[in-house]
Design a binder for this molecule. Structure first.
Ligand code: ARG
Length: 567
């Protein structure tokens, strides 16, 4: 209803010199039910500026606002100014727009000509892809599609964790307790066992850590044996990751991971030196950030090896040159917030004016049974297990309800995987999630499968409709509360996308899709579509069904889900 808000805002700003249309748009609200208007102005928010009581403001505005074809009625009620839209015009324009724009409905070109780098997923090599990585993967992927829909050129980067001390640990573990055949047979699961064993042993025998550090230093110095083992571990991991990305149907424009920056580090260190930013501290090189209330950013350890932050700084400088980004967005757990704050500051201190275009998008942690997941202790739920369970469950539901469904394996994948991604995106990203098998495999209520089933239901109605002309209908025949509410929700899609983009919050889209599906189902249960009272009413209801199907599909795509036509 952005157009309506816009119209109202201009009606008011034309009459009140001290207010701009933008200010008014931000204050306008959607009342919870239509009896209180379709759009309302809470006048208490203007009391201070206009130096009048809310009731006085509402009364005066109600008197002076001009007639407008989009607004039927304006009421002043206890300090609120309630606007009632002209339903015929509103319904006709909303549904026409959707039918015309189809899969572009909700898109815009505000990002035209701008590049956005989105750094997401980034699992660590030689560690399993666990349910914790799902969050970065699904949030990042949704942001990618949302920005793209707004016209941005997006570059999705998987900054793989393929460098660092943990590889030294793994090499030590493999050399001490590893077995080539077992690693070949069990792949990542075996590497994870070695990693867990390493940590158990290192607790008793801390000297192992020195050995591990030494191996990592060897890697950084280009030692052949160390690098061969590292490459082997990396190949094993990538094979597993790509199987999971295929299952999720999520793909990246670049897989330049941490090791990609190895040959770009020296120049960064030089630059930091030249700019007088490096200080020595107990043999290590740091950037002191005390002045900014933060612990120092570690650049080089005393043995000369690089750190996570060093590689992030090198990567940011490289990305700015290569992609000339308007924004570079990092999607990781909130536990890394300080890390990003620190090195964003270093970039600023280096004099790069684009430091404020680096954005960290944090999310809450996933715990199992009240405890944090810990790869070191082997306490993880593997993402692939969760996805397979969800797919199996969907397939058995299909086998029960619709055994002859064509391509049922693929549809089971689309719904099973959709259920997991949707559930992950259902809460505000910053909220912590407690993982439960029952909950994640529950398809009832406000879930991905519910939205996908609703889409398929709309498709099924449309396939049975014997008129194929959706493009003309008489809006005055669309009279019921359910129909009007559905159109209102349909009209909100473009602004919900804007909100999701501004707040970097895909859950705004999942919530919207559930609302839209619920509104459609209320309409569907209360009114006959195919057996409507007469052909003209039927045409209108089919138009609504088409608009719903179209909008659900567009929304599902934005969060990385498929919209199967049959289930
Ligand atoms: N590999 C890291 C992790 O699993 C995430 C990397 C995020 N991206 C970055 N540029 N730091 O925690």
């Amino acid at each position: 209803m952005l157009n309506i808000k816009n119209t109202i805002a201009h009606m008011i700003s034309d009459k009140v010199d001290t207010l701009t249309a933008d200010e008014i748009i931000n204050i306008l609200e959607y009342p919870p039910n239509s009896d209180m208007g379709d759009v309302a102005l809470p006048c208490f928010k203007l009391s201070r500026i206009l130096k009048k009581s809310p009731v006085q403001i509402a009364d005066e505005l109600a008197d002076i606002l001009p007639k407008n074809k989009y607004i039927d009625r304006i009421e002043s009620v206890s300090g609120y100014l309630n606007f009632f839209v002209n339903r015929d015009i509103f319904i006709e324009e909303t549904v026409d727009r959707i039918m015309k724009e189809k899969d572009a409905y909700g898109s815009s070109n505000i990002g035209k000509g701008k590049n956005i780098v989105i750094d997401y997923s980034a699992p660590n090599i030689a560690k399993p892809f666990h349910i914790g990585h799902l969050r970065s993967t699904s949030i990042g992927n949704a942001l990618y599609h949302i920005f793209k829909f707004a016209g941005y050129n997006c570059i999705g980067i998987n900054h793989l964790g393929d460098w660092g001390t943990q590889f030294g640990k793994l090499i030590v573990a493999y050399k001490k307790w590893g077995d080539k055949e077992r690693v070949e047979k069990y792949q990542i699961k075996e590497l994870m066992k070695l990693y867990v064993k390493y940590h158990e042993e290192a607790e008793k025998n801390p000297e192992l850590d020195d050995e591990a550090r030494a191996w990592f230093t060897k890697m950084e110095q280009g030692d052949k044996e160390a690098l061969e083992l590292w490459q082997w571990f990396k190949d094993i991991s990538l094979k597993e990751f790509s199987r999971i990305y295929d299952l999720l149907d999520i793909h990246f424009d670049s897989y330049a991971g941490e090791s990609f920056y190895n040959d770009k580090i020296d120049a960064v260190i030089e630059e930091l030196k030249e700019k007088n930013l490096l200080t020595e501290s107990e043999g290590a090189l740091i950037v002191d950030l005390e002045e900014y209330g933060m612990p120092p950013c570690l650049i080089l350890k005393k043995d000369g090896s690089t750190l996570y932050a060093t590689r992030d700084i090198a990567a940011a400088i490289y990305r700015k040159k290569k992609y000339n980004f308007d924004k570079c967005i990092y999607v990781t757990g909130a536990a890394q917030s300080l890390h990003f704050k620190q090195w964003f500051k270093v970039i600023e201190l280096m004099g790069y004016d684009w430091a404020d275009r680096l954005i960290h998008v944090p999310f809450g942690t996933i715990s199992i049974g009240g405890e944090k997941m810990a790869t070191r202790k082997g306490k993880v739920v593997l993402l692939e297990d969760v996805l397979r369970e969800a797919i199996d469950k969907t397939l058995s539901i299909i086998n029960e309800k619709n055994p002859d469904l064509e391509h049922k394996e693929e549809i089971a994948r689309q719904i099973g995987v959709g259920a997991i991604i949707f559930s992950d995106l259902s809460t505000n990203r910053i909220k912590d999630i407690s993982f439960s098998w029952d909950e994640i495999l529950n398809f009832d209520g406000e879930t991905g499968p519910y939205v996908q089933y609703t889409h398929a239901r709309a498709c099924s109605v449309l396939s049975k409709a014997d008129i194929d002309t959706y493009d003309s209908f008489d809006p005055s025949l669309i009279k019921s509360k359910e129909e009007f509410n559905l159109v209102k929700t349909l009209s909100l899609f473009p602004e919900r996308i804007m909100e999701a983009m501004e707040e970097l919050e895909p859950s705004i889209i999942t919530r919207y899709l559930v609302d839209l599906a619920q509104d459609f189902n209320r309409f569907y249960h209360n009114h006959s579509i195919l057996n409507a009272e007469d052909t003209d009413i039927k045409k209108g209801r089919i138009a609504l069904t088409f608009a719903t199907k179209n909008t659900l599909a567009n929304g599902l795509k934005l969060i990385g889900l498929k919209a199967p036509e049959r289930v």
